[in-house]
Write a protein that binds this ligand. Structure first.
Ligand code: ADP
Length: 411
C-alpha cells in the first residue's frame, strides 16, 4: 500500500469516525429533549383533565380544600389520567397552599422536598371553596422511574457502546496497517540481508577455489590447507545460516518437537570453537574454552544445541570491532548445567536488551557497525532454550561486551 494512499484512508476513516461521534451526540441530545418534551406534554394533558374534573365537582360549601377532597381519590384520578396519556406510573402527589407556603397534603411526606423542587406544578381553584388562597397540585417523578429517561439511558449506553466498538475497530485497523507496513519492511530487510550474507561466503569460496587452481600461487601443503580451511569455514557458515532460517521457520509450527538424547557437550563446544578459530586468528583474536561442567553430559537436542552455541559465538565475533576475544565456559550450579558465551565486543544498551530475543529485531545501530544479519539468530536461541525448559540471561554493557548464560535443567 502506497504511503499517500494509507494517509488518505486513515484521514477519511478518522473524519468519518469523528463525524459519527458528533452526529450521535447531537442525535442523543435531540432525542433526549424530544422525549422530555413529550413527557411534559403528556403530564400537562393528563393534569388538564384532572383539574377539569376537579373543577366540575360541586363542593359542598367547605371553606378549605383540605376538607373538600378524598385524597385517595385524587391520587387515583391522577394515576388514571396519566395512564390514559401513556404514562404508567405513580408520582408523588402534593396539594400545596401557595398563600400559606405549606402542604395541605402529600402522598409521601418524607419526599416533600422533591415536591417543592418539582416543575410539575398546576394552579387550581376548587369550585365552592370560599378562600382567596392559591392552591397547587404538584407532582414529582423520581428520575430513575421516568420511562422516557429509562429508554434514553438505554439509547445512550447503546450509542456509547457502538462508538466504543467503532473506535476499537479503528485502532485495530490502524495497528494492523502499521504491523503490515513493519512486516513489509522486515521482509525487504530480510531479503537484502540474506542476499548479502550468502553472497559473501560464495565470493570467498570462489576466491579460495581460484587460488587452489592457480598455478602461479604457491600450492604447498600449508597454503592448500589454508585455502581448504577457508572453504570449509565459509561452507559451514552458510550451512548454519540456512539451518537457522529453516529451523526458525519449523519452530513456528506448534507441533514442533525436539529430539532429546544424552551426549557429551565438550566435543560439541570444541568443534564449534574450532570452526571459528581461523576467522578469529585472522583478526588477531582468540577463542578460549573452560569446560568445567561435571558431568559434561547433557540431555538435549544435539543439532539445536550445536546451532545455539554456534549462533552465540558467531554473534560474539560479529559484534566485536577489533580483535575478538571469546570465552566459552560451562559449569554446574544448583543441579543445573550452565553454558556461558562471553565476548568483549560492542555490547548491548539496556533499552535493546529486552528486545534482542524478538524475531527480526536488530539493534538500530546494526548497520553502523556494518554487520548484516537477519535478527532471527537470538530468537532461535531463545526458542531452543524454551523447548529445553531452560533459561537464558544476558549481561551486557555498551563498549565492554556481552555474556549470554544458558541454564538447562540437569538430566
Ligand atoms: P543478527 O542476525 O542481526 O545477528 P540476532 O538475532 O543474532 O540477529 O541478534 C539480534 C541483534 O542483537 C543483533 O542485530 C545485534 O544488534 C544484537 N546482538 C546480538 N548478539 C550480540 C553481541 N554478542 N554483542 C552485541 N550485540 C549483539
Amino acid at each position: 500500500m502506497k504511503r499517500w494512499f494509507r494517509v488518505v484512508i486513515i484521514s477519511i476513516f478518522s473524519l468519518a469516525a469523528v463525524s459519527l461521534v458528533v452526529i450521535q451526540f447531537i442525535q442523543t441530545r435531540r432525542t433526549f429533549s424530544i422525549s422530555d418534551n413529550m413527557f411534559n406534554v403528556s403530564v400537562n394533558n393528563a393534569m388538564d383533565e384532572v383539574i377539569k374534573q376537579l373543577n366540575g365537582e360541586v363542593m359542598q360549601t367547605p371553606s378549605h380544600p383540605a376538607s373538600a377532597f378524598n385524597y385517595q381519590e385524587l391520587d387515583s384520578l391522577i394515576v388514571e389520567e396519566l395512564l390514559i396519556s401513556g404514562i404508567d406510573m405513580h408520582p408523588i402527589v402534593g396539594l400545596y397552599d401557595g398563600s400559606q407556603g405549606s402542604f395541605l397534603y402529600s402522598s409521601d411526606s418524607r419526599q416533600e422536598y422533591r415536591l417543592e423542587q418539582s416543575p410539575y406544578r398546576y394552579s387550581f381553584r376548587p369550585v365552592g371553596v370560599i378562600s382567596a388562597n392559591q392552591y397547587y397540585i404538584i407532582l414529582a417523578f423520581p428520575p430513575s422511574y421516568l420511562p422516557f429517561q429509562v429508554s434514553n439511558s438505554v439509547y445512550i449506553y447503546m450509542t456509547l457502546f457502538l462508538i466504543l466498538v467503532i473506535a476499537t475497530l479503528f485502532i485495530v485497523s490502524l495497528r494492523t496497517i502499521a504491523n503490515q507496513r513493519k512486516l513489509d519492511q522486515m521482509k525487504n530487510e530480510f531479503i537484502n540481508n540474506m542476499t548479502h550474507e550468502i553472497k559473501t561466503p560464495i565470493a570467498t569460496i570462489g576466491l579460495a577455489c581460484e587460488m587452489l587452481g592457480d598455478n602461479s600461487v604457491s600450492q604447498d601443503a600449508a597454503s592448500r590447507a589454508n585455502f581448504l580451511g577457508i572453504v570449509a569455514a565459509e561452507n559451514n557458515r552458510m550451512r548454519v545460516l540456512v539451518e537457522t532460517i529453516l529451523q526458525s521457520a519449523k519452530m513456528s509450527n506448534r507441533n514442533f518437537r525436539i529430539n532429546l538424547t544424552e551426549f557429551d557437550i565438550n566435543p560439541v563446544i570444541e568443534k564449534v570453537a574450532q570452526t571459528f578459530q581461523l576467522t578469529v586468528n585472522t583478526r588477531g583474536g582468540e577463542i578460549e574454552t573452560h569446560l568445567d561442567a561435571e558431568p559434561s553430559t547433557v540431555m538435549a537436542d544435539e543439532l539445536h544445541l550445536t546451532n545455539l552455541i554456534y549462533n552465540l559465538v558467531d554473534n560474539g565475533i560479529k559484534y566485536t570491532n577489533g580483535a575478538p576475544h571469546i570465552v566459552i565456559s560451562t559449569a554446574t550450579a544448583n543441579g543445573r548445567f550452565l553454558l556461558r558465551v562471553q565476548d568483549h565486543g560492542i555490547g548491548i544498551a539496556k533499552g535493546d536488551q529486552k528486545h534482542i530475543f524478538e524475531k527480526f529485531y536488530r539493534v538500530p545501530t546494526g548497520d553502523v557497525h556494518n554487520v548484516k544479519g537477519f535478527g532471527i539468530g537470538l530468537n532461535y536461541v531463545a526458542e531452543v532454550v524454551r523447548l529445553h525448559h531452560g533459561h537464558i540471561s544476558l549481561e551486557s554493557e555498551p563498549g565492554k561486551g556481552s555474556t549470554f548464560t544458558v541454564s538447562l535443567p540437569a538430566d
